[in-house]
Ligand binder design. Structure first.
Ligand code: FPP
Length: 245
């Protein structure tokens, strides 16, 4: 898709979200429908990821946060976890040139220190290389859990309160936000979930308070630029009131 902006209605062009978050779900089901191993679904899922990153970059969206590996995903069979980690390391290594072409920056949220050493190293290296860019920030949520993030933030704050660095009276929403993994980002405006499940699954619990939700039946490996544009059209139809009239 050469110019995705040209494919959007004028209304959708005017109210593009700054931050899109996606729960990429359905790789396993996509593979099962075709009697293929689940890992083939993940491989196809990486192609969707590439397509969505390109499109967001062309649209001028600032942040794209992708639920790539949840804290709960560690409980999957070791062979699947190892395969995903291998794909992740390779993805981070091989996509650098492409992401440079698209002026993409990289960030990661989650308990990154739980990832295999090799992935952590590649993550740091790719992040550094893409650090010269100033376009779309692709944020990979890795070993991520929303509750864990809140617990980590609260523990951080508690330590600072104990050390006398923070007055308990000054603990408010903005202080808590500034202790989350997402501290430097605006909250998502739009949360997309693929494969039809109506669940948040412990993703960005604090940050999605006012996000618009779009759930599509499309399985993640089939989610490409046209499906993203459809979600942006749906978003443009919403009236965001933030609790006001
Ligand atoms: C959801 O499908 C996907 C995941 C749990 C993680 C893997 C994500 C990808 C492969 C996309 C990009 C990844 C990398 C490594 C860059 P599922 O397995 O939960 O599907 P199911 O619900 O149909 O079983």
């Amino acid at each position: 898709m050469n110019d995705p902006l040209a494919q959007l209605s004028s209304q959708a062009r005017e109210v593009l979200p700054r931050h899109v978050a996606i729960i990429m779900d359905g790789n396993g089901r996509w593979a099962k429908q075709r009697r293929l191993p689940r890992t083939v679904g993940h491989r196809r899922g990486i192609e969707s990821l590439r397509s969505v990153v390109r499109t967001c970059s062309k649209l001028g969206i600032e942040y794209l946060t992708l639920f790539t590996f949840s804290a709960e995903n560690w409980n999957r069979p070791k062979v699947e976890v190892d395969t995903i980690m291998g794909y992740l390391a390779r993805f981070l290594r091989t996509e650098i040139a492409e992401f440079n072409d698209y002026n993409v920056q990289l960030d990661a949220v989650g308990q990154i220190d739980r990832l295999p050493e090799k992935v952590q190293k590649q993550l740091a290296e790719t992040k550094k290389t893409l650090g010269v860019n100033d376009g779309l920030t692709m944020v990979l949520a890795l070993s991520y859990g929303g509750r864990q993030e809140l617990v980590d933030a609260m523990r951080d704050i508690a330590v600072k309160v104990k050390a006398g660095e923070i007055d308990p009276e000054s603990v408010d929403e903005s202080l808590l936000s500034s202790h989350l993994y997402t501290r430097d980002m605006p909250d998502p405006d739009l949360l997309i979930r693929t494969s039809g499940e109506m669940r948040i699954s412990n993703f960005l619990l604090w940050q999605i308070s006012y996000a618009e939700l779009v759930v599509t039946d499309t399985l993640w490996p089939d989610f490409r630029a046209p499906q993203l544009l459809e979600a942006l059209e749906a978003y443009a139809q919403r009236h965001r009131r933030f609790g006001k009239l």
